[in-house]
Design a protein around this ligand. Structure first.
Ligand code: HSE
Length: 436
């Protein structure tokens, strides 16, 4: 084999970055991969658009079949995103004997099991380093560098949009909607931001990480997801006052044979390393029984960081092909038919302490009504705050509980919500005081 012949599907931001990197570092890449990485063809909806790159002999076409069905390509790089039509294009590419590299987290998290099985049966590779945390090399680290460990905990900040919004809210004291609108204007947040701010994007990434770390099936639907729409300036301010920061945390924890999988806003100690991950940055923390805790930090999105991860997969592929290896390292660390189905911890059984925010009428006896319900469910408080605002009817009442279960908090909050003096559904944020 004298070159790796590459076809690309999609020529948006990441596609531009991959083309740029392949063309700029041709010699370096060839040296490292052991053969030239030759970008042959790109299929895009807008073949005429000027991307400001000098593409030399690269063909740009509007016809995806010129990539998916081509006989003169070894690998297809899928950078369209989403499930339709990518699931079909990736399957067809592999059926046609091509290796596939993708940055598509939704595709891997939701359809990975069928796609890896297909890759195995066709004898091709399907790689996806760019699908989780952009440039941060966590997929390879988990399946290779940490392969000797039993992993019991992975957590991290896997969505830069949410982390940017929460950072701006805290640093500038601005409300969620204001920061979101500003982020959209600057192009940091999508026009439809729901995948990011409702925790779906982070959950896709967590599904992939936990499959590799725990050898469990990719199962996005089993992740408990809650986004950041309800986080208010009041919560951010109280978190700061109590020595915490609010982060959208993706967490997978294996304890007593049960796997906890969640993406949700969490309070973390403001002196922890995870609290220091700010703005658009991503970070993943992995705890292994021999390695202890390792931390991977960097840019989780964007043209150049994502291209860096895609091209690393291309180099890996070329290195394997050069020595005639079909696939040295299984994509999910073990062959897909060796994955198990770890039981998931029931969310209501999770233990922890919680921050609770209520909007209550400021009148005598309200606090007594609320605390009597908490007492009924044996929920003990470690702190309670209410700043007097006697000129308004509703005031925020903030409480922090000692260790309890989410089941107890849940029933107590249902009862509290029904009180006449409580004006909005209570909002609750888990406190993770032990994270690094
Ligand atoms: N939209 C994601 C983020 C990047 O904001 O981190 C792509 O997964």
């Amino acid at each position: 084999m004298d070159a790796l012949r590459i076809g690309m599907l999609g020529f948006g931001t990441v596609g531009r970055g991959v083309a740029d990197l392949l063309l700029t570092h041709q010699e370096l890449l060839s040296h490292r991969a052991g053969m030239p990485l030759r970008l042959v063809r790109i299929a895009t909806r807008n073949p005429e658009k000027d991307r400001g790159l000098s593409l030399g002999g690269v063909e740009v076409t509007g016809n995806v079949n010129r990539v998916v069905e081509a006989k003169d390509l070894d690998v297809v790089v899928e950078l369209i995103g989403g499930i339709i039509p990518t699931r079909d294009l990736v399957s067809r590419s592999m059926e046609n004997g091509k290796h596939v590299i993708t940055a598509n987290k939704a595709l891997i998290a939701e359809f990975g099991t069928e796609l890896f099985a297909m890759a195995h049966s066709r004898g091709v590779q399907l790689n996806f380093e760019a699908a989780v945390a952009g440039a941060v090399p966590v997929i390879k680290a988990l399946r290779e560098s940490l392969a000797g460990n039993r992993i019991d905990l992975i957590y991290g900040i896997l969505n830069g949009t949410c982390n940017y919004i929460l950072t701006e809210m805290r640093e500038k004291g601005l409300p969620f909607q204001h920061v979101l609108a500003d982020a959209q204007e600057k192009g940091f947040a999508e026009a439809d931001p729901s995948f990011d701010i409702d925790g779906i994007d982070a959950a896709h990434k967590l599904a992939i990480l936990s499959a590799i770390a725990f050898g469990t099936h990719l199962d996005f639907s089993r992740i408990n997801k809650e986004g950041i729409r309800q986080v208010s300036s009041v919560d951010i301010a109280w978190a700061s006052e109590m020595g915490y920061r609010i982060k959208l945390l993706a967490l997978a924890r294996l304890q007593d044979g049960l796997l906890e999988l969640s993406v949700r806003p969490v309070m973390v100690p403001d002196r922890s390393m995870v609290a220091a991950v700010e703005g658009v940055f991503n970070a993943v923390f992995v705890h292994g029984d021999f390695a202890g805790t390792t931390m991977f930090h960097g840019r989780g999105a964007g043209e150049r960081p994502t291209a860096s991860a895609v091209v690393a997969d291309l180099i890996d592929l070329a290195r394997d092909l050069r020595v005639g290896s079909r696939k040295r390292v299984p994509s999910l660390s073990v062959p897909v038919h060796h994955l198990c189905n770890l039981p998931i911890q029931n969310a209501s059984q999770r233990q922890g302490s919680f921050y609770l925010r209520l909007a209550v009428i400021d009148r005598p006896g309200v606090l007594a009504e609320i605390t009597s319900i908490l007492t009924k469910y044996s929920i003990s408080l470690s702190a309670i705050h209410q700043k007097g605002q006697s000129h308004v009817d509703a005031v925020p009442l903030v409480m922090v509980t000692h260790e309890t279960t989410e089941a107890r908090i849940g029933v107590a909050m249902d009862e509290i919500e029904r009180l006449d003096s409580v004006l909005e559904p209570p909002y609750m944020i888990r406190i993770e005081a032990q994270l690094a």
